[in-house]
Design a binder for this molecule. Structure first.
Ligand code: HEC
Length: 135
């Protein structure tokens, strides 16, 4: 098990998330297991659905993660509420991404509320981070 965790950390950091963010994702994974007995690991396909689907957001209007980050995570985005330019979300295109747990937790909390009008579950956060890392 320990060996597996080390392997996971190794391969994830190669793919773009910092060690502290990978550690955070391991914590999300533990919580997801306690909340959902059939949880069998994070899934980029579920993450894609979370990222691209449209919901009634906090302002009562249709919105998705792609409204601000676009469907191409290597592209610049634009904040649909303020009009400000957003740097690419993909760690492959933007090495600053997924390096700080403080940034990641702050924005996931805020952005889930923007789009889903609630906070994300541990599984949802892990799935969407897995999708972002792979894109
Ligand atoms: C209303 C616009 C908006 C929407 C919708 C939005 N985001 Fe963001 N997101 C931002 C802004 C602004 C930032 C912070 C500025 C920056 O980092 O460039 C950010 C930052 C992030 C970060 C921080 C990454 C890092 O390490 O720097 C993640 C992760 C993220 N968003 C994921 C999501 C997800 C997942 C969704 C959908 C649930 C979403 N965003 C929806 C505007 C948005």
């Amino acid at each position: 098990m320990k060996y597996l965790t080390i392997l996971l950390i190794g391969s994830m950091s190669l793919m773009g998330a910092s060690t502290e963010v990978v550690q955070y994702m391991n914590e999300l994974s533990s919580v997801a297991k306690t909340e959902n007995k059939s949880f069998a690991g994070f899934d980029a396909a579920r993450g894609k659905e979370i990222f691209t689907s449209t919901h009634t957001g906090k302002q009562g209007k249709p919105i998705s993660c792609t409204s601000c980050h676009t469907t191409n995570l290597s592209n610049y985005g634009k904040n649909s509420l303020t009009g400000k330019v957003i740097e690419p979300l993909s760690p492959k295109a933007n090495p600053q991404r997924l390096t700080s747990v403080k940034e990641v937790t702050k924005w996931l909390k805020r952005n889930f509320v923007d789009v889903y009008a609630r906070e994300g579950t541990a599984q949802e956060k892990g799935d969407v981070l897995t999708y972002i890392i792979k894109n």
